[in-house]
Design a protein around this ligand. Structure first.
Ligand code: SF4
Length: 299
């Protein structure tokens, strides 16, 4: 990380976010941007900088009910949104599905599904974020994914030989433009984890720097370790991985308005008859009746 004064560092990060938005044409001043916030440093930095740059933003958080960890995160999110006057929409697993993440995982395990917490959490959160982004008529959904996340995902896709997923990565992920998906965007795409952390600390944001207790055994954690070790010895390795993936993608033509299948149960995009979220929800229905889907509460 370059050495510079704190003020210069903050300006450098903000400038980099602004240039990322322009370079990848993520959105413009007329767009309504829904920012997915978790209570962590990255999404908080993303929210704050977009607000500072004058964009029309609202925040949304999905509470997976992971004990004190998510309770504290929710408090922090409310404080940040109140401080910077950003409308906040709170969606919870229990209100949506009737159960917390831990309960859903235990039940699925008892049914023979060997899904990790992160896999279930990711599927259900993406499902809810897309659903509510459409309901709230957002033009795009901004997430706090940073350069490290992107480099880790690229490497994970290589290790899994998953070229299809690689194709869909990027600052503006996805190849298919369809009304079923609200475009996701990553304004921190070129900001490293270290830079986001320093920015957050300098701003004294009330955020949780601890890792999620459910992610301890996550597959991704091994890639974080490998890449941090490489970056230490070979600076810019993370940036180079991200750029390598971009170069590969540049040969792929964007598929405009291609027909995409939808889940026959919920109508959300899906490659199968039932989307993964509905498979999980149906399994939980077998346990008890699922509570009706709620409306987001605005704070
Ligand atoms: S680390 Fe995994 S379980 Fe924890 S909030 Fe993130 S996706 Fe969910």
């Amino acid at each position: 990380m370059q050495k510079m004064s704190n003020t210069k560092f903050k300006e450098y990060v903000e400038k980099k976010v602004r240039s990322t938005i322009r370079k990848y044409t993520l959105f413009n001043q007329k767009d309504k941007i829904l920012v997915a916030v978790s209570g962590g440093k990255d999404s908080t930095v993303c929210l704050y900088i977009l607000k500072k740059l004058g964009y029309d933003i609202e925040a949304i958080t999905i509470d997976a009910q992971i004990g004190n960890y998510t309770k504290q995160n929710l408090e922090n999110i409310k404080t940040v949104c109140k401080t910077y006057e950003v409308p906040l929409h709170v969606i919870s697993f229990r209100e949506e599905f009737g159960f917390s993440l831990c309960y859903i995982r235990s039940h699925l395990k008892s049914k023979g599904y060997n899904y990790s917490s992160c896999m279930i959490c990711g599927v259900l959160k993406r499902y809810l974020l897309n659903k509510y982004a459409k309901e709230l008529k957002a033009n795009c959904l901004a997430t706090g994914h940073n350069l490290d996340d992107e480099a880790q995902t690229t490497l994970m896709n290589v290790f899994r030989n998953d070229f299809q997923r690689s194709e869909r990565q990027g600052a503006k992920p996805g190849l298919i433009k369809t009304a079923h998906f609200v475009q996701r965007v990553k304004p921190l795409y070129l900001i490293s984890e270290e830079e986001a952390k320093k920015y957050s600390q300098l701003m004294e944001f009330p955020v949780n720097y601890d890792i999620c207790p459910c992610s301890v055994a996550a597959y991704r954690r091994q890639f974080i370790k490998i890449l941090n070790e490489f970056e230490e010895k070979h600076p810019s390795v993370k940036y180079n991985i991200v750029k390598f993936n971009e170069s590969m993608q540049s040969n792929l033509k964007e598929k405009e308005e291609q027909v995409i299948e939808t889940c026959e149960s919920c109508g959300e995009p899906s490659n199968n008859k039932l989307c993964k979220a509905c498979v999980i929800i149906n399994e939980m229905k077998n346990k008890e009746d699922i509570k009706p889907v709620s409306q987001p509460s605005q704070i």
